[in-house]
Structures are given as C-alpha cells and as structure tokens.
Design a protein around this ligand. Structure first.
Ligand code: DQA
Length: 143
C-alpha cells in the first residue's frame, strides 16, 4: 500500500534549521528514514517537501483522488492556511498531522492548528521518530 509523507515550508532545511528545536536529521535523512520504515511495514512511502502552498494543495488533491493516507507536517501553514485545511478535508484515507517539535510548549501562535479537528490523529514533540510512529499506525490501520 502507498502512503504520502508531505512536508511544508522550511522543512527542507532540517538539520541546518534551529537544530536545538528540530534536531540534526536532514530532510534527505528523513526521506531515508520514512522509506526504510515503510519497507519494513510493507508501505510504499512517497516523501515530498515544498515551500509553495499551491504545490502542497495539489499533492493533497492527488492523495484525495487516489485514496492514499497522508502524514502531513504542514509547518507554519498548520497555524493559518485554510487552503491547506480545505484540501486536507477532501482526503478519504487517514490523515495524521505531525510536528517534530511540541508546538504546545512553544509560542502561543503555534498552539492553534487549522488541521487538528479534521485529522485522524496528531503527533507532536517526538522529533523525527514521530514519522516512524505515524507510518506504523498507518500500516496497522489501513489495509
Ligand atoms: C513544525 C512546527 C510549526 O510551528 C513550524 O512552523 C514548523 C515545523 C514542527 O514540525 O514542529 O515549520 O510543524
């Protein structure tokens, strides 16, 4: 089975970006982590990252049209993008909202998500291990 891992703005800079908050894993490392985890679980994982909102909207439409589950780290768009929310609301397979950092321990503007109430579940604060856990859950619950 296929699964998408979709990462939004600034996540391509993982490893260089605020390593005290996001850790030292690069986005290439994260791709390998997700693909390898997927291989162990029988999931064909497609990891993508974009700094362009419309591109993410298009990928969510693709996931909606093909019934593919999504692990979504929408980065800052999480907190205000109604366009990303409206696209994510069209998914028919599970949606896991993911944050590397614990957004609830951070600035107040990160406490609100426009995605959480349409997500199947939310993972935050477990670093990049959260992606592994999200894929494990998808493997166990989507067949
Ligand atoms: C993030 C948290 C967001 O608040 C932030 O804008 C990001 C990354 C996380 O993974 O912890 O870009 O989604």
């Amino acid at each position: 089975m296929k699964a998408f891992v979709l990462n939004g703005p600034n996540l391509g800079r993982l490893g260089k970006r605020e390593p005290d908050v996001y850790g030292s894993t690069t986005h290439d490392d994260l791709i390998a982590l997700c693909v390898d985890t997927g291989a162990e679980l029988g999931l064909d994982v497609d990891v993508r990252q974009t700094d362009h909102e419309g591109e993410l909207v298009g990928w969510l439409h693709e996931a909606a049209d093909s019934g593919v589950p999504v692990v979504l780290n929408a980065g800052a768009w999480t907190h205000y993008s109604i366009a990303v929310r409206d696209a994510a609301a069209q998914l028919t397979a599970p949606l896991i909202e993911l944050h590397i950092s614990n957004v609830h321990k951070r600035e107040p503007f990160r406490h609100h998500s426009v995605l959480s109430d349409i997500a199947t579940g939310v993972i935050a604060g477990l670093g990049v291990d959260g992606y592994r856990l999200a894929l494990r859950w998808l493997a166990d619950h989507t067949r």
